[in-house]
Design a binder for this molecule. Structure first.
Ligand code: AHR
Length: 499
């Protein structure tokens, strides 16, 4: 049998985990908002139209921040259309998704929703078709108490206390030719600098995120980050990263190697951030906001059939299978292994649109990818230990890819050590050993596994529990040594707790 080991030292702490790494994303796209989080008249909706069956599942995911309102949508967004009396809000065409937006759910409704699901807003401003003026005005509306035009307008709209939104994205994917108001790196860098500056003049306590590349394969990648950050280094705290993967050629082993691509992408962006810091003789690190990541490809073909200018059609409704859940687990492990620099992460998206949660008029259910996210988000709190792994490898487009992805997290408050591990090997089990003798008095508390024989197994409304985590007894813990079997194609959460 193939052998693998995980090695840590309790003194070698990589970083405290910023809980915002477990964020998500709500865009005005498809049925994420309408028929997703908001559906007035639905039996499960409250008096504000917020679906409580969906809210309950979101609370289970435990997402500390939610990015809003886009995405590509934000590059044509006129925030003023989304506030005030609902009967006066206009139907507007959205060029990004070729649909009509009714604006019946807007900024203030979103902020109401954040409270019901225990999340904080991560708001994006439109730097596509708009600029400094609109960015300055929206933050005046959301963050100033009273006595100015936009803060008083908010009060007229029934919201007396400021929303006090502290995290702001300066546009979305501005490097992408598909983006409304697409810009060159220099044009965008200048605009981000000036918009960020004006927004901080309104509220000096905000944090801002500059747009990085839309993915690792963008032809302008690296030049873009370097140019943008050289320009706006003083006005930003984070650079964004986005990455989606798909099993386009049906080679599942290669598909699972993609977390190595994510790792490479993160390492390269960190290098650029640090190079700019050095060039600028800067004091602060620019950290990473990985504010869009997921699997996205199942729905590509069916989306070509959508009639333009309809309202909230079924769009980007990927039905996720078991192998997608394995890759999602590996992507989360990859971000955690860079927790010293990746401070924000947003699973794109939250409901119906490339999402862990799906809805119909009759119910809401959990897709396969719900489970690794839920397990890691809830149990992956504390600090990350430098985690070395030794395991067999396979050849992939990224070089030698390890069959084992793993990270170890220590939670001092609860005397808890948590190992997240994926065995990507599709043919063989891995025989695992780990030396945890430094953790005297610890006992094996829990071992949960996500496994299915069929990589293509899915959860649907009719069969929502096809892929679910179960308890495992395949490892033992004796005299500080953890050993046992990680089944082929499986994700594990193993917890040791002081006895
Ligand atoms: O999440 C779906 C889309 O993917 C977002 O709107 C955009 O930012 C990205 O291209």
């Amino acid at each position: 049998m193939k052998k693998a080991s995980i090695m840590i030292d309790k003194h070698f702490i990589l970083s405290e985990i910023d809980q915002r790494i477990y964020g998500s994303f709500v865009e005005h796209l498809g049925r994420c908002v309408y028929e997703g989080i908001y559906q007035p008249g639905h039996p499960a909706a409250d008096e504000n139209g917020l679906r409580q069956d969906v809210a309950q599942l979101i609370r289970e995911l435990n997402v500390p921040i939610t990015r809003y309102p886009g995405g590509n949508f934000v590059s044509g967004y006129k925030w003023e259309d989304s506030v005030g009396p609902k009967q006066e809000r206009p139907n507007k065409i959205d060029l990004a998704w070729r649909v009509v937006e009714s604006n019946q759910f807007g900024l203030n409704e979103f902020m109401e929703w954040t409270k019901t699901v225990n999340t904080q807003p991560m708001m994006a401003v439109n730097l596509g078709t708009r600029g400094i003026e609109a960015a300055k005005n929206i933050i005046e509306y959301t963050n100033l108490k009273k006595g100015s035009y936009y803060s008083d307008l908010r009060r007229q709209h029934g919201v007396v206390e400021p929303h006090d939104i502290k995290l702001w994205c300066l546009g979305n994917e501005m490097d992408g030719p598909w983006q409304e108001g697409h810009k060159t790196a220099l044009e965008y860098g200048r605009l981000a600098e000036e918009a960020g500056k004006a927004m901080r003049m309104v509220d000096p306590d905000i944090e801002t995120v500059a747009c990085g590349s839309s993915n690792l394969d963008m032809p302008t990648f690296a030049f873009w980050e370097d140019t943008v950050l050289n320009q706006c280094y003083d006005q930003v705290d984070y650079i964004s990263m986005h990455q989606y993967y798909g099993n386009h050629d049906g080679n599942s082993q290669q598909y699972l190697a993609n977390s190595d691509g994510m790792d490479q992408f993160i390492r390269e962006v960190i290098a650029i951030c640090d190079a700019v810091k050095a060039k600028r003789r800067g004091k602060k690190n620019i950290n990473i906001s990985f504010d869009e990541w997921n699997v996205w490809y199942h729905s590509n073909e069916q989306d070509k059939q959508i009639e333009p200018w309809s309202q909230h059609p079924h769009q980007l409704e990927d039905v996720y299978n078991f192998e997608d859940a394995l890759l999602v687990a590996s992507m989360m492990i990859t971000m955690l292994r860079h927790a010293d620099r990746v401070k924000i992460g947003c699973l794109a998206q939250l409901v119906n649109v490339i999402a862990p949660i799906m809805t119909s008029d009759t119910g809401a259910w959990k897709q396969t990818i719900f489970y690794p996210f839920e397990m890691i988000s809830n149990q992956g709190r504390g600090h990350v230990l430098h985690t070395q792994t030794k395991a067999p490898t396979f050849a992939s487009r990224y070089g030698d890819s390890s069959y084992l992805d793993a990270v170890v997290i220590e939670n001092d408050n609860e005397d808890l050590l948590t190992i997240f591990a994926v065995n990507k090997d599709l043919t063989d089990d891995l025989e695992l050993t780990c030396d945890f003798r430094q953790y005297e008095g610890y006992l094996l508390a829990k071992h949960t596994i996500l496994h299915h024989d069929n990589l293509k197994a899915v959860n649907t409304e009719g069969a929502p529990a096809t892929v679910v985590p179960t308890a495992s007894t395949s490892v033992t813990f004796e005299n500080g040594h953890l050993s046992g079997i990680l089944e082929k194609q499986s994700f594990h959460m193993i917890q040791l707790k002081k006895g």
